[in-house]
Design a binder for this molecule. Structure first.
Ligand code: ADP
Ligand code: MG
Length: 349
């Protein structure tokens, strides 16, 4: 009976609405959707191509290879909603896909959002999620969700630190007794790293490359600490002066040099978070270290680099790309326990 009533009300969904990737879990089913946060539209409009289906994987395939009349856009940038209409359309599409076919009610939805969003931006998340079909919307900060997903003892009277490096933002949070005691959220992540590589290649090689090419270079030969065997790879672009296509061979040392500024900004965010912690908490952190999550944390040598720079031992959590989604889903399954401390609802914004 209870099951039927719940079915009528719609299932509970947990969403990690990331700048780069959106992940959705359904309570009782686990992770059901993991797609890039992109949509393909007719240039200059918000009309989504392929009858509204050019979202996620399909839109990503079109990226960088579309005629001028088509634009592949990310509704989120720097961790927040940049284009409300498109974000709503993308969410509606993902929500429908996550719930499968057949009739279903309006779900209750828990969304993970960056800690740095303003009340106006938070309201936009509520509105978009509601208009995309949710019955009730709750939000949790990505830092908290990542810490829970990474299995940190967030409810215990001991301080733990999480550093979640996504596409648009990096979230650093220290948690104890279920609450966030210190946090920093900066608009630096994989995208800022890619912009730094684009800028480096323009300056040192007079080569213009697409952000996607910079990302590919970062993923294949990027690192934060010296590699045992340094690597090199060709990158294709357009000569900034002759405007002719050209290749250049880039080394992993050069990519590391290009990444110095965004990496230093992440170090600063960690230090600023430590500044807000009591000496007792810092003592806990020296023992427990910090845990890294998010796709940006997959940069080789990052744990070693951050450990050196901050004095806190750092380690990567298991499957960093799904940590926020896992934590959000755990929270949703234990709503009663977390509601008072970690979640905020519509009427609190
Ligand atoms: P968001 O939460 O913003 O959606 P994610 O946590 O999904 O971000 O991480 C996306 C970022 O992770 C992108 O910048 C991507 O380049 C980066 N990334 C994904 N896989 C790897 C990898 N193997 N090595 C380095 N970076 C990676
Ligand atoms: Mg994320």
């Amino acid at each position: 009976m209870l099951h039927r009533i719940r079915g009528l009300l719609g299932s509970d969904l947990a969403i990690d609405l990331g700048t780069a990737n959106t992940l959705i879990s359904v309570v009782g089913e686990g992770l059901v959707l993991n797609e890039p946060s992109v949509v393909a539209v007719e240039e200059g409009t918000s009309r989504i191509l392929a009858g509204g289906r050019a979202v996620g994987h399909l839109a990503r395939q079109m990226q960088g290879k579309t005629p001028q009349s088509i634009a592949v856009v990310r509704p989120l940038g720097d961790g927040v909603i940049q284009d409300f209409k498109l974000c709503e359309a993308m969410l509606r599409y993902f929500l429908r896909k996550a719930q499968g076919s057949g009739w279903h009610g309006r779900p209750r939805v828990l969304v993970a959002v960056p800690g740095c969003i303003t009340p106006v931006e938070k309201r936009a998340v509520f509105n978009s999620t509601q208009r995309a079909g949710a019955r009730e919307v709750l939000v949790i900060s990505e830092g908290q969700a990542a810490a829970i997903g990474a299995g940190l003892p967030v409810a215990e009277p001991v301080a733990s630190m999480i550093c979640d490096i996504g596409g648009g933002t990096t979230e650093v949070a220290v948690l104890s007794l279920g609450e966030t005691v210190a946090q920093q959220s900066i608009r630096v992540g994989g995208d800022a790293m890619d912009r730094a590589i684009v800028e480096y290649l323009r300056r040192h090689y007079a080569l213009r490359v697409a952000p996607m090419a910079a990302e590919a270079l970062r993923i294949s030969i990027g690192s934060a600490a010296p590699l045992a065997n340094e690597l090199s790879e060709d990158v294709r672009g357009v000569d900034a002066i002759s405007r002719l296509p050209r290749k250049a061979t880039i080394t992993s040392e050069e990519v590391r040099e290009a990444l110095a500024v965004p990496l230093a900004q992440i170090v600063d965010a960690i230090k600023a978070t430590l500044d807000d912690c009591s000496t007792e908490m810092v003592a806990d952190l020296i023992d427990g270290g910090m845990v890294l999550a998010g796709g940006g944390a997959l940069l080789p040598g990052l744990a070693e680099f951050l450990g050196d720079q901050t004095g806190l031992p750092a380690r990567l959590c298991g499957d960093p790309l799904t940590a926020v989604a896992r934590g959000t889903s755990i929270c949703l399954q234990n709503l009663a326990r977390w509601r008072g401390v970690m979640l905020s609802s519509d009427d609190e914004v």
